[in-house]
Write a protein of this length. Structure first.
Length: 371
């Protein structure tokens, strides 16, 4: 195939053009944003007038485009194709938007425009690689029609001197137009509530309370962990929770007290089986919030959302035989005991824990009795 032509690319409300000397001041302002510093290693850091001027001058030797305002021509962000393979007809696509211009769909519009441009000129597959803790970038990839493919270990060498995993999204020239399909939708309005408790997606700010919860012996030992999880693992779980939701791996939510907004526990929908329309619910409560019926309310809210919005038909949950409180939660929420699994889970000090399995089926979906 021939090299991609050097031309201006136009999209819905954006213009993609090569950087110009007049972009230096806007580039300096953009690079001062901590999110740009953290997630966009291709930009200069630190970035003063000299660094911005040098970056713009060097852009002539690489496929670098800026997202410009179609009315003012001011720099709003960047979008580029890189790691181009003429043999495989593949490339990676990257984008960033300056802080004042976010929330207007510019990154999605730019990604769609440059994707269409690349496919028109002979490329057959494009990838977007983004950090697992950058859900905003992942939303752009999905909105631009890129499908989640998995996690790649240690792909990016960061400014902090560490190697970072990246999440891969890809789009083929033969894929249908429009956003990529998702296994798990967002919560309508961002929350579920019954007036007493609220559920919302777990976020990084929840980490201190989630640490306190996950380090409780009666929580981690019932989670098949023989020892307390590392604090770094708990923080990473909170930081990457929204990304895992977008990927369809699991929906992890904070259980909040409706009156105060304080975190009372967590609840998860995981183990999604798209072939059988089944998922698995799990939950944990902080000690001071137990015994108030909050877990039962949370299970009911999440089950209703799973059936009505996520399209699941069957939910399962398990608990240790001696965990009478958890069994009571499931039974009050309508789950029915289905079986007893011996030595199902790992316990502390090399022991094994039995599991009592419960299930809840969407209304009207029960199988007829055998005759």
């Amino acid at each position: 195939m021939q090299p991609l032509p050097d031309e201006t690319v136009r999209g819905d409300g954006v213009v993609l053009r090569p950087p110009r000397a007049g972009d230096a001041a806007d580039l300096v302002d953009a690079c001062a944003d901590p999110l740009i510093e953290r997630f966009v290693p291709s930009l200069p850091s630190p970035c003063g007038d000299a660094e911005a001027t040098a970056w713009i001058a060097a852009a002539a030797g690489r496929p670098e485009l800026v997202i410009a305002d179609p009315d003012t021509d001011r720099l709003l962000g960047g979008c580029r194709l890189y790691h181009l393979s003429t043999l495989d007809r593949t490339a990676e696509l990257g984008y960033w938007v300056a802080a004042p211009a976010r929330g207007r769909g510019l990154a999605t519009a730019a990604a769609r425009a440059l994707t269409d441009f690349a496919f028109r000129h002979g490329l057959g597959r494009l990838e977007i690689l983004t950090r697992p803790d950058n859900p905003a970038s992942q939303r752009v990839a999905l909105a631009a029609g890129y499908r989640w493919e998995g996690r790649r270990r240690g792909v990016e060498y960061g400014r902090d001197g560490r190697r970072h995993d990246l999440v891969a999204f890809a789009r083929l020239a033969t894929d249908p137009p429009g956003p990529a399909p998702r296994v798990l939708p967002d919560l309508a309005g961002g929350r579920l509530t019954d007036g007493v408790v609220e559920l919302r997606a777990l976020i990084p700010a929840d980490a201190p309370e989630v640490r306190r919860l996950r380090l409780l012996p009666d929580v981690y030992t019932r989670s098949a962990l023989a020892s307390p999880p590392p604090v770094e693992m708990i923080d990473e779980r909170c930081a990457e929770a929204v990304g895992r939701w977008l990927a369809g791996e699991r929906a992890e939510l904070a259980i909040l007290d409706g009156a105060t907004g304080r975190l009372a526990g967590t609840i998860q929908l995981a183990g999604i089986e798209t072939v059988t329309d089944q998922g698995m619910i799990g939950y944990d409560m902080l000690p001071e919030w137990r015994g108030r019926g909050y877990a039962t309310r949370a299970v009911r809210l999440l089950a209703r959302w799973a059936f009505e919005q996520a399209g699941l038909v069957r939910l399962i949950a398990g608990t240790a035989p001696d965990n009478t409180a958890s069994r009571a939660v499931l039974e009050r929420a309508g789950f029915v005991r289905e079986g007893y699994e011996r030595a199902r889970l790992r316990g502390p000090d090399g022991t094994r824990i039995d599991n009592v399995q419960y299930a809840l089926v969407a209304s009207g979906r029960d199988s007829p009795p055998l005759r």
